[in-house]
Design a protein. Sequence first.
Length: 113
Amino acid sequence: MSRARVRAVVAGALALAVASIVGTPVFAQGAAAEAAGGGNMALAFFGAAIGLGMVVIGAGLGIGRFAAAAAEGIARQPSAADKITGAVNLPLFLLEGVAIIAEVGVLLIVLTK
């Protein structure tokens, strides 16, 4: 696995982990916060927004690195364009899928709040 791929995977995983850590403690206070008047609702939305932003930034960086590496590889060896494109597509789709799953998770958390 190349350095760019490792960095992209690590960036995506780190963004997802940070989003989970930032959002979870705030959302865990649901019943107690509602009983006390719901004062932490703005904090919950702020945590969700920060977590989602980190996930999207991490996924964007990873996808950008994949695309740059693929373009550079194709420029160096145009005859292998089909093989390079095929090898890059699956990790790109998986990385994009992680970002979409994180977005749906945050949206569900916000809508059920």
